[in-house]
Ligand binder design. Sequence first.
Ligand SMILES: *[C@@H]1O[C@H](CO)[C@@H](O)[C@H](O)[C@H]1NC(C)=O
Ligand SMILES: *[C@@H]1O[C@H](CO)[C@@H](O)[C@H](O)[C@H]1NC(C)=O
Ligand SMILES: *[C@@H]1O[C@H](CO)[C@@H](O)[C@H](O)[C@H]1NC(C)=O
Ligand SMILES: *[C@@H]1O[C@H](CO)[C@@H](O)[C@H](O)[C@H]1NC(C)=O
Length: 439
Amino acid sequence: MRISQLITVLLVLWIGVSSAKYTNVEMIRDLAIGSWRVFTGLVEDLYYKTPEITPDAYKSPAEFYQSYGYRFEEHKVVTEDGYILSAWRVPGKLNESMKTVKGKPAVMLQHGLLDNSGTFTVGFSNQSLPFLLNEEGYDVWITNTRGNFNSYEHTNPFEYSVFDIHSKYWNFTFDTMGYYDLPSNIDYILDYTNNEKLTYIGHSQGTVQFFAGNALKNVASKVDAFVGLGPVMFAGNQRSPLCTLLKATGLSTLLKWFDFNNLLIWPRIVNVSLKSVVKPLRKTILRFIQMIVGIKQEISVDLSRMPVMGRHEPGGTGLQNMLHWLQMIDSGNFQRYDYGKKENMKVYGQETAPLYDLEVLKENIKDLDMFLIKGGIDVFVAQEDFDQLLNVLSFKEGKTLKHKIVEDYDHLDYIWADSAYEEVSLPVLEFLRNKRNNQ
Ligand SMILES: *[C@@H]1O[C@H](CO)[C@@H](O)[C@H](O)[C@H]1NC(C)=O
Ligand SMILES: *[C@@H]1O[C@H](CO)[C@@H](O)[C@H](O)[C@H]1NC(C)=O
Ligand SMILES: *[C@@H]1O[C@H](CO)[C@@H](O)[C@H](O)[C@H]1NC(C)=O
Ligand SMILES: *[C@@H]1O[C@H](CO)[C@@H](O)[C@H](O)[C@H]1NC(C)=O
């Protein structure tokens, strides 16, 4: 055993007993483990010559899907409040006539925080959901929410300028995504494909915006099944060392000083960064990301896919959205965005941010079949928070509420782990098949 492995094992053993709430001592320990792993990753990266960048990293979405034999279309969805969102459609094979595409059931894939529709291209094609769902006979739609760089448009670009971080454009959180983006995306897809309902698959924030949206209005009546990968409704017990550091040190207020909303520059420098940063530092970057989403001992992600990740991520979001997440972590409640007393009064008619009404949510989602998958070391979906979520959803009678825990998964492994085919994709396909057979 190499000395670096020994030290890593010793540090990881220190995790030992973990208390219910994530303490600052645990945070410091995890930051030490994480930093050490980043460091050893860096040493390995510098020591080994990394292979060439996969051509997939340079392809546009259309080129990417077409090179694997699939049709690709990009659609623009305009929300009720004027945001223009990009929706990627992968309706079928290139050699398939559009006649057979008509009448396919639709499925919608919704990405998570700081992410975008590109996330579903990061894994190998044989493990990724758009391809597998297509084989299964679905018309696949991969949607984007406001504030990521696939969706930086508004019908009123002067008042809602993405270039000005103080403009109205950036006044949104996952609350607004649930209220506006979610129903607009769903309505557009149903209208375009002539379906009455669709199947919804959300990752992380893609699930909380579904819950938030349905606590405010009924969207779920247009959905026949819900799949949640790393589902979140409560976040009070999260164990991300970096997020906790932000919170504990008040660094989040510092974020306000930076032009954090603006990842606009990313798509323009991506080629340079792929060559000079992502290619030589694959392991370092992977381990840094793991320090945010769940500290690992083993690498289960194929490093050759890191440049594809680097092309699409971070996908961008607004600062207000990040602050909403921190508020959820702080309070442990499933609550709306806290604007501060004065603005709360204007927006909600009360000084504090209201909790989402779980009774309304339950009523709206009561007819949904649901399947949730949670990673055992996913720091954003702590077991206590997940239990609380199951508790809210368990009222269902005569409807399926299935869940599965994948022991060694962190918050991104559902999408990009090598084993995602067996651990996530196959169980999801089986759930959907059972659902269809029972109709
Ligand atoms: C389309 O091509 C695939 C192989 O890529 C083949 O299996 C399938 O039968 C073809 N379908 C049609 C309609 O030609
Ligand atoms: C998927 O493709 C990768 C790379 O070609 C390969 O290493 C892996 O074994 C494949 N997985 C499955 C489930 O076929
Ligand atoms: C990045 O490189 C690819 C392939 O070399 C090229 O097609 C693309 O236009 C480049 N993008 C930018 C923003 O320079
Ligand atoms: C921000 O958005 C909320 C809810 O969508 C709205 O009520 C509020 O007036 C907006 N604030 C500003 C400053 O535009």
